[in-house]
Design a protein around this ligand. Structure first.
Ligand code: NAD
Length: 274
């Protein structure tokens, strides 16, 4: 990781999806996890990290590309199983189908990671259409609700739900009104749901990444913006997907058995209020 992040060119060309470890993995042995947005960026790193800890992973993504196949391969190289599910999680019936497919394959669900998300190009408020606002909310937050509802009857004591929020939920971004608002909703959703499920011993937490070097950034930001990306953080660099994934492993594992309703901030040291 240190080598990768210190080589700026390498970092910008290629996101780093995996950390080098010498520890024997087993924090998630025989667990079954659903990971939305699992074929790319942060989600791919989560799939690899979970597989390394012994979990079978259902990799959910919007459109089938070689990224999905590559992620499946990387998971299977760790010795666990991967199930590829192409689905639009902004539709409730699709979320029900995802849960049914996973139950059919593995008979249980232990971990739900609501990580799929979209970010439309930055715009002034006058230029953001109601349609875009609606779509952002449908993909970024309604999907979380649909998947939780579908999975809940099958989640046993000790299960873990982890939602991907963002630093912009706390400090906003003047050109990402729809995105920032949807991420704020994820924080409130996480905290509220945690209280509702605590007696069932189902934990609900969120991770709020700062600027992370993923394909989303490469494909949606201008070269100029890419050059500046992450430079305002105290660490003066963007993070790598592999630097975000361990927090999901922790929150999914027994190590976090008394942690619920919390948000872990992974943002290069930016102080966050709230
Ligand atoms: P990415 O573009 O690499 O991954 C996004 C994933 O979401 C893809 O796998 C895509 O298939 C999936 N997806 C999008 N729409 C979907 C839909 N309708 N149905 C199913 N899947 C869908 O981006 P990323 O940066 O890895 O983002 C992952 C999560 O992290 C997102 O929720 C994003 O908002 C959040 N996040 C990213 C950053 C960052 O700087 N990269 C910062 C904070 C939060």
């Amino acid at each position: 990781i240190n080598q990768a992040v210190s080589k700026e060119k390498n970092m910008k060309d290629k996101p780093v999806f995996e950390r080098p470890y010498d520890r024997k993995p087993q924090k998630l042995l025989n667990k079954v996890a659903i990971i939305t947005g699992g074929d790319s960026g942060i989600g791919r790193a989560i799939c690899i990290a979970f597989a390394r800890e012994g979990a079978n992973v259902a990799i959910v993504y919007r459109k089938h590309t070689e990224d999905a196949e590559e992620t499946k391969k990387l998971v299977e190289e760790k010795g666990t199983k991967a199930l590829l599910i192409e689905s639009d999680v902004s539709k409730e019936t699709n979320c029900t189908d995802i849960v049914e497919k996973v139950l059919k394959e593995w008979g249980k669900i232990d971990i739900l990671v609501n990580n799929a998300g979209v970010q439309f190009p930055q715009e002034e408020v006058e230029d953001i259409s109601s349609e875009q606002m609606k779509q952002t909310f449908e993909i970024n937050i309604f999907s979380n609700f649909y998947l939780v509802k579908a999975a809940l009857p099958h989640l046993k004591k000790g299960s873990s739900i982890i939602n991907t929020a963002s630093v912009v939920a706390y400090r906003g971004n003047p050109l990402l009104l729809d995105y920032s608002s949807s991420k704020g909703a994820i924080v409130a959703f996480t905290r509220t749901l945690s209280g509702m499920l605590a007696e069932k011993h189902i934990r609900v937490n969120a991770v709020a990444p700062g600027p992370i070097w993923t394909p989303l950034i490469v494909s949606t930001f201008s070269k100029e913006h890419q050059r500046k990306f992450g430079k305002k953080t105290p660490m003066k660099r963007p993070g790598q997907p592999a630097e975000v994934a361990p927090a999901y492993v922790f929150l999914a594992s027994e190590d976090a058995s008394y942690i619920s309703g919390q948000v872990i901030h992974i943002n290069g040291g930016e102080p966050v209020n709230g």
